[in-house]
Design a binder for this molecule. Structure first.
Ligand code: ADP
Length: 363
């Protein structure tokens, strides 16, 4: 093991030759420049060296930690126990430890003993931040659990409808029709879910090069509004379109802009009230094209506004899936818009309707 804190010269080196070991100042600079936290303690467990990265973890200037016992600076039971284990076993020990006021930062702490003969003279601890990695893993686990749950619900309903049909409802034409309609609705829901999952997985694929795209705004808005008018009429909601005349194009493919508008308009209709209205406005600003979709619906609380763009998040758990939603629509919108350098935001209040504002750069 290399001892970082003692300058060593090779016995074979000529008397005036520079030492083979890098100079101490260089080693100190090196340790200070590391993004990983490094702390070294002596045989009494007092801090000999700490770099700025560890100062951030300890939540105090790293230079003030020098000379103090590690337990006093950290006051962290798991760290003290790990250090004791290294002194007892004489082996390198590694453990994942949570830091921060709410234990929200996770570090892989590796403690390695440096020995002088048989005796442990120093222990060097390195702190590798694994918070992002663990969050990603947690996100993946939650995603899989959510997908399984979302698939299970329509499948259970579908299988129950088919079972009832086979158990005799098939011979009763009126009931048979009801169960077939249920089966058809649940199949459509499964299809929507799978289409949305595929769309997200396509958007998630890392793209080193995004091919340039251009899509006419006026035409696409008009086409989408026309296509969704029958759905709006069914819910007694009026769709209004107000487009500036100088819009031209945005830097998106036609499919992408269509999907963004369909998802936002579908929600604006779905979460509206009878005799409500949806206003679709588009204008130019210094950034590019701003598309505003304003509804007179149920609205979204401030806490939910911060989360509605997350996958599978529904502000009203019971009503979201009851209205046939997959909980993925806004996640897809955000992904598409941000992939093209744009932004999407919502302002709303319970019972006050919602305004979704999409900004997309021009080609
Ligand atoms: P869903 O398929 O459930 O519509 P989305 O991702 O499109 O999924 O939306 C997530 C949630 O955000 C919805 O379940 C709903 O609670 C809320 N939401 C989205 N748009 C609106 C809106 N225009 N008015 C009220 N709530 C909305």
């Amino acid at each position: 093991m290399i001892n970082l804190f003692r300058r060593r010269a090779s016995p074979l080196a000529a008397p005036n030759a520079p030492p083979l070991c890098p100079p101490l100042d260089f080693m100190k600079d090196l340790v200070h420049s590391l993004t990983e936290g490094v702390v070294a303690v002596d045989g009494r467990k007092h801090i000999l060296l700490a770099n700025p990265a560890v100062g951030e973890i300890l939540n105090q200037p790293y230079s003030q930690a020098i000379g103090k016992p590690l337990w006093e600076v950290l006051r962290h039971r798991e760290m003290s126990d790990l250090l004791d284990r290294v002194f007892q076993s004489g082996q390198t020990e590694t453990k994942e430890i949570a830091f921060g006021s709410s234990n929200d930062r996770i570090f892989e702490v590796r403690m390695a003993p440096l020995k002088t003969g048989e005796k442990i003279s120093q222990v060097v601890a390195t702190f590798h931040d694994v918070t992002a990695l663990r969050r990603l893993e947690q996100g993946r686990r939650e995603f899989v659990a959510n997908v399984s749950h979302e698939l299970k619900t329509p499948l259970t309903a579908l299988s129950a409808a088919l079972e009832t049909l086979l158990d005799g409802a098939l011979d009763d034409p009126q009931h048979a029709r009801d169960f077939l309609i249920t089966a058809q609705e649940q199949t459509a829901r499964l299809q929507r879910l799978i289409e949305d999952l595929l769309a997200l997985s396509r958007l998630d694929r890392p793209q080193t090069f995004q091919p340039p795209a251009s899509c006419p705004v006026q035409e696409t808005c008009r086409r989408v509004v026309k296509a969704l008018t029958p759905l709006a009429q069914k819910s007694a909601v009026t769709l209004k379109l107000d487009l500036a005349s100088d819009l031209l194009s945005v830097a998106m493919t036609e499919d992408e802009l269509t999907q963004v508008l369909v998802n936002l308009l579908d929600n604006a209709i779905k979460f509206n009230r009878p005799d409500g209205r949806v206003d679709v406005r588009a204008r130019l600003d210094e950034f590019g094209v701003v598309i505003e979709i304003k509804d007179t619906g149920v609205g979204i609380s401030p806490e939910d506004q911060a989360r509605v763009f997350e996958r599978f998040y529904r502000a009203d758990k019971s009503r979201g899936s009851e209205r046939g939603g997959t909980g993925l629509g806004l996640a897809i919108v955000k992904h598409i818009v941000e992939n093209r350098g744009g932004t999407v935001a919502v302002t709303s209040g319970i019972g006050q309707g919602s305004v979704f504002l999409v900004r997309i750069p021009r080609p």
